[in-house]
Design a protein around this ligand. Structure first.
Ligand SMILES: Nc1ncnc2c1ncn2[C@@H]1O[C@H](COP(=O)(O)OP(=O)(O)O)[C@@H](O)[C@H]1O
Ligand SMILES: [Mg+2]
Length: 296
């Protein structure tokens, strides 16, 4: 399989502090990878290594077959990069700023810039210094996407965007992925990435904790079910089903917490006159926090 990103023992130290510790991560083409971790985990450090802005202390980051740390020219046009602390030249208007970058990229389809600008309801005539945080972020988004790069490296991109724009942005990410591009998206908020990511990589204190498909994470997560029975719920029977963690009875309703598949439970109770089943969303947050806390 072809990997867009391949890191081997990628390590970055700042003085005595190890920001990233031996990262081995492969990202295949055409997916959205959510790069998750609490503040200080090393997400931005990873992203700056991938974008070739800093050099590793040891190990390597290879992007499209090029060493990210010294093949910047070969990679620039193929990568769209949105830094976490997006600060642009405050005296330039959005339009001036974008045409500066369009020039660096060796020309950009004007219609694509217009489309992105309209989509995010951005006024390019305004000085960047006079824009709100969210609008500045939109300039950064247009800059990252305007040359239709093969790989997008986005550091906490929805910071400052209102919910409507966040939704629009997620839609753009899905379209980008569906067009075969690859997205590397960092965040410290699970809910922000689970809606779009195919795979999540979880980082804690500079180390990769796990890489899993969002589906796998969801399958393993806890789920609450409310089962209404025609008569008194068969408690012993429910308790005996694999994966059942908790059970409480409220009249004819059994509230059950299950990890993993609910199929076995449903099959078991179906024979006992269940009249209604309400299944709540899997508690991905809890599964995720287990990884954060180091219990996963
Ligand atoms: N330029 C730097 N100089 C010194 N320490 C740094 C520098 N950049 C990051 N760090 C440290 O490296 C660790 C990881 O930071 P960072 O990659 O920014 O994490 P995240 O983006 O996940 O919040 C933190 O402890 C941070 O203080
Ligand atoms: Mg960061």
């Amino acid at each position: 399989m072809d990997h867009v990103i391949r890191t081997r023992n990628l390590t970055k130290r700042f003085g005595h502090r190890t920001a990233l510790d031996g990262l081995n991560l492969d990202v295949s083409a055409g997916i959205i990878l959510g790069y998750l971790g609490p503040n200080g985990a090393g997400k931005t450090t990873t992203i700056r290594l991938l974008a070739g802005l800093i050099r590793p202390t040891s190990g390597s980051a290879v992007v499209f077959g090029f060493d990210a740390s010294d093949q910047y020219d070969a990679l620039q046009r193929r990568i769209g990069y949105l830094p976490g602390d997006f600060v642009a030249y405050p005296d330039l208007t959005g339009a001036q700023y974008l045409s500066y970058f369009a020039h660096l990229y060796g020309g950009v389809d004007r219609a694509r810039i217009d489309l992105l600008t309209k989509r995010f309801d951005l006024d390019l005539g305004v000085r960047i210094g006079a824009l709100s945080r969210g609008n500045r972020q939109k300039v950064g988004i247009v800059q990252a996407f305007m040359h239709d790069p093969d790989l997008l490296i986005l550091d906490e991109p929805t910071t400052g965007l209102d919910p409507l724009m966040q939704r629009e942005f997620r839609e753009l990410l899905r379209e980008t992925r569906d067009a075969g591009r690859t997205v590397f998206l960092s965040s410290h908020v699970l809910s922000e990435v689970e809606a779009v990511a195919d795979t999540v990589a979880i980082l804690r204190a500079g180390r990769l904790v796990t890489v899993q498909s969002v589906q796998a994470l969801r399958d393993k997560a806890r789920r609450r079910l409310d089962l209404t029975f025609a008569t008194t719920p068969p408690t012993d029977l429910v308790r005996a089903v694999a994966g059942v963690q908790q059970l409480s009875i409220d009249g004819r309703v059994a509230h059950v917490v299950v990890t993993g598949s609910t199929a076995e439970l449903i099959k078991t109770v179906a024979a006992y006159g269940v009249t209604n089943v309400v299944s709540h969303e899997a508690d991905l947050e809890a599964a995720f926090l287990d990884y954060y806390d180091g219990q996963g």
